[in-house]
Design a protein around this ligand. Structure first.
Ligand code: SF4
Ligand code: F3S
Ligand code: FES
Length: 249
C-alpha cells in the first residue's frame, strides 16, 4: 500500500492562547487533510476540536489555514501538498478562536443581518413579475457561495485590522450586494448602501478573496469591480448630480 507517516503541526488552544503541537500520523492514498485531522483526533488527541459537516466541499464548515493559506480541509488532498514536508494546520486568523481549529465566525452573521432583504417592486397589472433571462443569469454565479468565509478571512482590510471590522462588510457581502444590485426587481439602493454603510471604498481590489474561493466565484471581477464602477458612474453622472436621479438599471 501507499501509506506513509506524515508530520503535522496543529494549532491547539483557545481564546486565551495556544501553540502548534507536533503529530506524526499515518496517511493513506487518496486522503484529504480532514481525514488526517480525524486520525489525530481518534488516536492521539481525543479533545481536539474541528468543525465539519459534509466532507464534500459544500457546507463551508471546515475552513482553516493549511501552510498559511485558507483552504477547506475536506477538499485538500494530501497528494496536493509538497511531499515530505511538514503540514501546518491553523484556525482562520481573522476570526476569534473558540478552540483549536474552530473559530467564531459570527462577525459574518452580523454583517449578513445588516444587509436589507430583497425588496421587489410591485407586480405588473396582470399580477406577475417579469424579468429577462439575461438578468436572471447575471446574479447566479454569486448564489454558489457556500459561506466558508475564506474570502473574509484572507482580505487584508480586516485580516490584521480589527479596527476596520465595524465599517467593512467584506467580499462575501459585496457579492451579495452586487447580486441584489443586478436584480431587476430589487428597489433598494444597493450602491449607496455598499458605499456608505458597508465599506466598499476600503476594498482596493487586491483580489486575494477571489484566489481562495472554493466555488471559483469571480468575486472581484464580476462582483466588486462592477459595483464600484456603477457607484463611480453615478457620482459623475450629471443628471444624477443635478436631479438626484437614480441610474439603477
Ligand atoms: Fe467562500 Fe467563495 Fe462564498 Fe467567500 S464567496 S464565502 S470564498 S464560497
Ligand atoms: Fe479584500 Fe477582495 Fe477587496 S481581498 S481588498 S475584498 S478585492
Ligand atoms: Fe463541508 Fe468541508 S466539511 S465543506
Amino acid at each position: 500500500s501507499k501509506s506513509y507517516q506524515a508530520k503535522f503541526k496543529v494549532w491547539r488552544g483557545n481564546s486565551e492562547g495556544g501553540e502548534l503541537k507536533d503529530y506524526t500520523v499515518e496517511v493513506n492514498e487518496g486522503e484529504v487533510v480532514l481525514d488526517i485531522i480525524f486520525r489525530i483526533q481518534a488516536e492521539q488527541a481525543n479533545d481536539m476540536s474541528v468543525r465539519w459537516n459534509c466532507k464534500a466541499g459544500k457546507c463551508g464548515s471546515c475552513s482553516a489555514e493549511i501552510n498559511g493559506r485558507p483552504r477547506l480541509m475536506c477538499m485538500t488532498r494530501m497528494s496536493s501538498l509538497p511531499p515530505g514536508e511538514e503540514v501546518v494546520v491553523t484556525p482562520m486568523r481573522t476570526f476569534p478562536v473558540i478552540k483549536d481549529l474552530v473559530t467564531d465566525v459570527s462577525f459574518n452573521y452580523e454583517k449578513a443581518k445588516q444587509i436589507p432583504a430583497f425588496a421587489p417592486k410591485p407586480r405588473e397589472a396582470d399580477g406577475t413579475y417579469r424579468m429577462a433571462q439575461v438578468d436572471v443569469e447575471r446574479g447566479q454565479e454569486f448564489r454558489k457561495c457556500i459561506e466558508c468565509f475564506m474570502c473574509q478571512n484572507v482580505c487584508h482590510v480586516i485580516r490584521d485590522h480589527e479596527e476596520n471590522k465595524p465599517a467593512f462588510a467584506g467580499p462575501r457581502f459585496f457579492i451579495r450586494l452586487s447580486e441584489l444590485d443586478m436584480h431587476p426587481l430589487d428597489t433598494n439602493d444597493r450602491q449607496k448602501l455598499a458605499q456608505e454603510k458597508h465599506g466598499l471604498g476600503m476594498c482596493n481590489i487586491t483580489k486575494c478573496c477571489t484566489e481562495v474561493c472554493p466555488e471559483h466565484i469571480k468575486i472581484t471581477d464580476n462582483g466588486i469591480i462592477p459595483l464600484k464602477e456603477r457607484v463611480v458612474d453615478r457620482k459623475y453622472d450629471p443628471l444624477f448630480k443635478i436631479f438626484g436621479l437614480s441610474n439603477k438599471k
